[in-house]
Write a protein that binds this ligand. Structure first.
Ligand SMILES: [Zn+2]
Length: 211
């Protein structure tokens, strides 16, 4: 049975695109869907740092609830496409996108309106030595811009991450993905406190049975 999110999102992936993939999962047994409604999607985007809280609040105020719910369903469809895409990619040694993959991602990016601004350096930020700051984001004039934001993170991920470092948690039934940024490339678990300890306990039980 799937429950609507009541826990903070699992942000263990070391990249927001994979955190997005982990917005459904069963870390504690019962499956949790963090994107079940438009409200949930906005909460997840703000909690994951992909959107500023004030941007999320603006969307909540300006967009109809039914439109946001539709976008949440489309976000789930994008997420599940991305999951299938990654599983397909894991058969290769390096990224191997086909035209459909590029078209799918660019389709979302092409519809969105972007806003870029150059700001004066923040007062007191001595490190920047008065260098102006450039910021860019989507305009969020329409709920579909939320999908563009998610697609941008997928695009950014495939353009910077190494496929070999992208993997599924070693937990037997765990669906969580992460990018392994450790020096020795030996990360195995979504979270040591969840799947790592579970595996340790299972290994301990097995040893007890044998002795
Ligand atoms: Zn896991």
């Amino acid at each position: 049975m799937t429950t609507v999110q009541t826990l903070p999102p699992m942000l263990i992936a070391d990249h927001p695109a994979l955190d997005f993939l982990n917005s459904v999962g069963a870390p504690f047994g019962e499956e949790i869907e963090w994107l079940a409604t438009g409200e949930c999607l906005l909460d997840w985007l703000a909690a994951s740092g992909l959107m500023a809280q004030d941007q999320a609040d603006k969307c909540r105020k300006n967009f109809a609830r039914t439109d946001l719910d539709t976008v949440a369903r489309q976000a789930i469809a994008l997420r599940e496409w991305f999951r299938t895409f990654l599983i397909r990619q894991s058969e290769f040694n390096e990224w191997s996108l086909d035209d459909d993959d590029f078209n799918r991602i660019n389709g979302f990016l092409g519809k969105a309106v972007h806003v870029f601004r150059l700001h004066p350096a923040s007062p007191g930020d001595d490190e920047r030595k008065n260098r102006p700051e450039l910021s860019g984001s989507f305009a969020f004039d329409s709920p579909e811009d939320l999908l563009a934001l998610l697609a941008l993170n997928i695009a950014e991920f495939v353009s910077v991450a190494r496929l070999n470092d992208t993997r599924n948690c070693a937990g037997e039934t765990c669906t969580m993905w992460f990018v392994d940024l450790t020096k020795n490339k030996k990360r195995r678990w979504c979270d040591m406190k969840i799947c790592g300890n579970r595996a340790k306990a299972a290994a301990f039980r097995e040893r007890q049975v044998k002795t």
